[in-house]
Design a protein around this ligand. Structure first.
Ligand code: PBG
Length: 338
């Protein structure tokens, strides 16, 4: 026992269970706690009026029309959730190879941003920058000679960012993984007078199968047709490369960075937070949500309890906030003291 750190003490003088004996002392020694203000609620928007359409692969998650979203946004705000992130299910007939609908100032996302900001001005609105909800092939960028090209895509992403900023979006979150897009978007926003619009970079975004249900929800899976995104999203086996991605994004002007997916990538989250110490977010992605919900529905585990635990563990691993489909439910449980 010679090389044991002295603070560990020794049994029976030291009994770690003493502090765990009562609820009040467990509370007193708690190192991390989840709060509603840690959550960014990820939501899907669809066309129509009064529409609530369940996403089959994500029990408890709906695609809703803009009017319903505005009502739900008010509820989220009242529960203490600081921001929502909006994703569109673009009607198939509006998709094309270059994703032009992304630049339409009256597209679903822009309508949603305007409606939410009008109804709940104090709620932050985050918009993804990437072309996959708009392209007929489901890739995040423009395809030239069978390859998702970088620089030409970045040019379009800058215009997409401006389009969303004009609609009133507070945070632009590029999820496309093109090189150099953070700097280009920052410059473009500043030149257009949107220097206050924040950038949350999906810095370390992995080519993950955990995005499956999301692609179903925004209707890009069929379009992707079994294709993958490995020429731009990261290899799940890499970790040093994540630090390089984050370093570039900080250099280029990111205000916040994100790790995605969440649960299988807690080591990346920890390394990024420890290395850079800037506001660091994690995305509990659709597949993580779906698997916990599905196991819960089968009675194999307490799905809701598992979701709460997963959210708390993100904080322990270093997250300043978490993007999650479960934000409303989590906030309700937190309010009820559960
Ligand atoms: C689009 C985007 C994706 C997600 C967020 N933005 C899908 C993808 O990259 O294929 C996934 C979110 C989730 O799975 O919950 N670029």
């Amino acid at each position: 026992m010679a090389d044991q750190p002295t603070f560990l003490g020794a049994f029976p003088d030291t009994r770690l269970r003493r502090n765990r004996r009562d609820a009040w002392s467990r509370e007193l020694v708690a190192e991390n706690r989840l709060r509603a203000s840690d959550l960014i609620w990820t939501v899907f928007v669809r066309e129509g009026l009064g529409e609530i359409e369940p996403v089959v692969s994500m029990p408890g998650v709906d695609r809703v029309s803009v009017d319903v979203l505005a009502e739900r946004a008010a509820e989220a705000h009242a529960l203490g959730i600081p921001a929502i992130a909006v994703f569109p299910k673009t009607p198939q007939e509006l998709k094309n190879a270059d994703g032009d609908e992304a630049l339409n100032s009256d597209n679903l996302v822009c309508q949603a941003v305007r409606a939410v900001k009008a109804a709940v001005p104090g709620l932050g609105v985050v918009c993804d920058v990437a072309l996959d909800p708009y392209t007929s092939h489901g890739q995040d960028g423009l395809i030239r000679d069978g390859y998702v090209v970088n620089d030409e895509t970045v040019h379009v992403l800058c215009r997409q960012a401006i389009n969303q900023a004009e609609a009133g979006c507070d945070v632009i979150a590029p999820s496309d993984m093109m090189d150099g897009r953070i700097g280009a978007i920052r410059t473009t926003l500043d030149e257009a007078g949107y220097e206050h619009v924040r950038l949350m970079a999906y810095s370390a975004k992995y080519a993950s199968v955990f995005y499956g249900p999301f692609r179903d929800a925004v209707g890009s899976d069929g379009n992707l047709g079994g294709g993958d995104k490995r020429t731009y999203q990261m290899d799940p086996g890499n970790t040093d490369e994540a630090l390089r991605e984050v370093a570039f994004d900080i250099d280029e002007g990111a205000d916040m960075v994100m790790i995605k997916p969440g649960m299988p990538y807690l080591d990346i989250l920890r390394r990024v937070k420890e290395t850079f110490g800037l506001p660091t977010y994690v995305y509990q992605v659709s597949g993580e949500y779906a698997m916990l919900k599905a196991a819960g529905e089968r009675g194999w585990l307490d799905g809701d309890g598992a979701l709460m635990e997963a959210l708390l563990c993100f904080k322990r691993a270093g997250a300043d906030g978490i993007l999650t489909y479960w934000a409303m439910e989590a906030a309700k449980r937190l309010k009820a003291g559960q």
